[in-house]
Design a protein around this ligand. Structure first.
Ligand SMILES: [Fe+2]
Ligand SMILES: [Fe+2]
Length: 309
């Protein structure tokens, strides 16, 4: 599938689980905020929201990928980072878990202007349930009717679809590794029947940057971050990977899966890996040890730039 080679992609981490004042900046690649210079404190939360800016021949388009777990961190951090929500051109949802859409309706309600395009997989609307060691949670439902009533321009997909004609949502991820499998505690309800959720609704947002290769942005990566990057390579025909960023959902899968995922990431040979959100602390420490020069923890307020050339 052909997508245009962009001049630059910037991913700004609006909401994530972490803030670490000692994670370094990398000039021209990773810009970190200085907390004391912000107009208000940033909030970290168990949720995810990225502001992605695509530069296509000098024209900038902004995509909100995921809308955090609640309006509180989303709006607090948009304000702290001095963003105007009306400058956002589109919304994309990584998958149908509420820590990724909890601030969506408030975001839509606060915007002014015409309908905003919202890109998502059609299965995000199925009720989701989680069985945890501490009991059952859910069902969570993202209500299609409420979304339609909010006046959005809805783009539902199953297979790959273009976002603003510049980036690609992968659609249901083709799984090719034998070690990446969603945990059985994730369930979904289809026509009143509950079944294991294999996350057909989870998709990566993919962009290609001139001379740099792929930028692959994941949400929770329940289908497996290596599967997601490999599928992005297959869809675009571009092998070189410049940036992999997302929650990798690894710690609860155990050490062996984490090690095999690290091996898979090494084979993909990305220039930079940034993991946060649901990756889990233990897996983050293993990633940090495995990639001493090109791994960072995803901290709120961080801006990651992939510039072509
Ligand atoms: Fe998540
Ligand atoms: Fe999730």
């Amino acid at each position: 599938m052909k997508i245009p080679a962009l001049q630059a992609v910037t991913v700004e981490i609006l909401v994530d689980n972490f803030f670490d004042v000692f994670e370094p900046s990398r000039p021209g690649i990773v810009e970190r905020v200085i907390p004391g210079r912000l107009k208000k404190p940033l909030l970290a939360a168990h949720g995810l929201a990225y502001l992605i800016t695509l530069n296509h021949q000098g024209k900038l388009s902004r995509i909100l990928m995921d809308a955090a777990n609640s309006p509180l961190p989303l709006f607090n951090n948009l304000e702290a980072l001095e963003h105007d929500i009306n400058e956002i051109d589109a919304v994309a949802l990584s998958h149908g878990h509420p820590d990724h859409y909890g601030g969506l309706f408030e975001f839509l309600a606060k915007r002014t202007g015409g309908p905003i395009p919202v890109y998502l997989h059609k299965d995000v609307f199925l009720p989701k349930v989680l069985i945890t060691p501490r009991g059952r949670i859910g069902p969570w439902v993202l209500d299609l009717n409420q979304l339609v009533a909010a006046g959005v321009e809805l783009h539902e997909n199953q297979g790959p679809q273009l976002v603003l004609d510049q980036a690609l949502l992968t659609g249901t991820v083709e799984t090719t590794t034998d070690y990446e499998k969603p945990l059985p505690g994730f369930r979904r309800q289809v026509a009143g029947q509950e079944e294991r959720d294999l996350f057909p609704d989870e998709q990566a947002l993919v962009a290609v940057v001139e001379g740099r290769g792929l930028v692959v942005i994941g949400g929770c990566s329940h289908p497996g971050i290596v599967n997601m990057v490999k599928y992005a390579q297959k869809l675009t025909g571009v092998q070189k990977v410049s940036l992999i960023i997302g929650g990798f959902h690894l710690t609860p899968h155990g050490d062996e899966t984490t090690q095999r995922t690290i091996q898979g990431l090494k084979e993909l040979d990305p220039e930079l890996i940034i993991a946060g959100h649901c990756t889990g602390f233990k897996a983050l420490t293993k990633l940090a040890a495995a990639f001493p020069d090109n791994f960072m923890v995803s901290c709120v307020g961080t801006k990651v730039m992939v510039v072509g050339g």
